[in-house]
Design a binder for this molecule. Structure first.
Ligand code: MN
Length: 389
């Protein structure tokens, strides 16, 4: 059931329904089922009404103060499940730094495909294997073929990687045949989460042409249990621009409003924990980046996804693609940090990693902070790799 994180506690929405009224009560009821979908489908006005009612009720001196105290549960006593029943999952590729870094490894002569600066590239992923943070992931097996091999073999991936991504949940869809205009995306996007798009690079290298990733991606993707609503993120919207010497977006991907507020400033971080670090619960930070460096924005992802009339639906998940920053230490995947395994990174305890080993855990965290505004934490998405089945 739905809950709202406040400090180190969670407000259990199912326990406060009777103390609300009107739209806020209907919304809290809708958010108290085993997914948030019914609440998400109610639309932006209901999201806002419930948020305001909760904000007022949680203030010190509120008439609900003593009653709602009973509905607070300590976060460490919570067991998380997927917050949303996810229908379709689409993964984009919106960091030009990631696209260029990976492109250099696979196509040194043409790192960036000519369509990249015109099209927000994406592919349709798999929703059934999306798991909540804390779920262990078995190393996948699939066909592998090194350039030096004559024929492929079936074996566990030896180049298992993570991808640091922002996930966006669709609250209100669009009718089949209609498009969502760039400036209307906030009426459709409910909120954001953290997404780890686990990726088997050796599988990917062999299978990806001509139709894109398949078994290299669809064995598991992990999401954080919390959803940060778009309204909460408004203070962190930022100006968006395209350098004058680069192709300017087609009209359906450009607007004055988007130029003013299209980007989002979210600090992102990835940390690893090896089996040896687990006893002391130590983590080794491996990269930091910021979502504002994305080449294509969330609004552009939504507008592009629907420009051909494709209908988004309540519960759909859109992934941003790996969020790498302009410098190599800001890369959101090991394939970039290690140049496809050639230059292993050194962790805080002296161990090195080219790709993930069995027993390794990956933790992604994010926050927004700015002078004069409340700091917003995204929580984390954590997953540990177990040996192949
Ligand atoms: Mn991805």
């Amino acid at each position: 059931r739905g809950g709202v994180a406040i400090g180190d506690a969670v407000l259990d929405l199912s326990q406060i329904i009777d103390s609300l009224d009107g739209v806020a009560q209907v919304a809290a009821q809708a958010a108290s089922g085993n997914s948030l979908n019914a609440f998400m489908a109610m639309g932006a006005e209901a999201w806002s009404v419930l948020r305001l009612a909760l904000s007022r009720g949680l203030r010190s001196g509120s008439t609900h103060e003593s009653g709602w105290r009973q509905a607070l549960i300590t976060q460490s006593d919570i067991e998380h499940s997927l917050p949303v029943k996810i229908g379709d999952y689409t993964d984009f590729y919106t960091s030009i730094h990631h696209a260029s870094n990976v492109g250099k490894l696979f196509r040194p002569d043409q790192p960036l495909m000519p369509n990249y600066q015109w099209v927000p590239i994406g592919y349709h992923g798999r929703a059934s294997s999306i798991v909540v943070s804390g779920t262990d992931v078995h190393r996948p097996q699939a066909q592998l073929k090194a350039p030096t091999d004559d024929v492929p073999k079936l074996a566990p991936s030896q180049k298992l990687d993570y991808e640091l991504e922002i996930g966006a949940y669709i609250g209100v869809g669009n009718a089949l045949g209609d498009a969502i205009a760039l400036d209307d995306y906030l009426a459709h996007v409910f909120g954001l989460c953290l997404l780890n798009d686990w990726s088997a690079r050796d599988v990917q290298a062999w299978e990806y042409q001509p139709l894109g990733p398949f078994l290299s991606k669809n064995f598991a993707s992990s999401v954080s249990p919390w959803v940060v609503t778009m309204e909460a993120l408004l203070p962190y919207f930022a100006a968006w621009s395209r350098a004058a010497d680069e192709p300017q977006p087609l009209a359906y991907l450009d607007s004055a409003v988007h130029r003013t507020t299209g980007a989002l400033q979210i600090d992102l971080e990835v940390a690893l924990q090896t089996e040896a670090m687990r006893a002391s619960d130590a983590w080794s930070s491996v990269s930091r980046s910021n979502y504002r460096d994305a080449y294509w924005t969330l609004a552009q992802m939504v507008a592009h996804h629907t420009i051909n009339g494709c209908n988004l639906q309540t519960g759909d998940l859109l992934g941003s693609g790996t969020q790498s920053g302009p410098t190599l230490d800001q890369a959101g995947a090991l394939i970039e940090l290690t140049a496809n395994g050639k230059n292993p990174i050194t962790l805080s305890n002296g161990e090195t990693r080219a790709f993930l080993q069995d027993g390794d855990a990956v933790k992604m965290t994010a926050f927004c902070a700015a002078e004069g505004h409340a700091r917003i934490g995204f929580g984390s998405v954590v997953g540990r790799i177990l040996e192949a089945k």
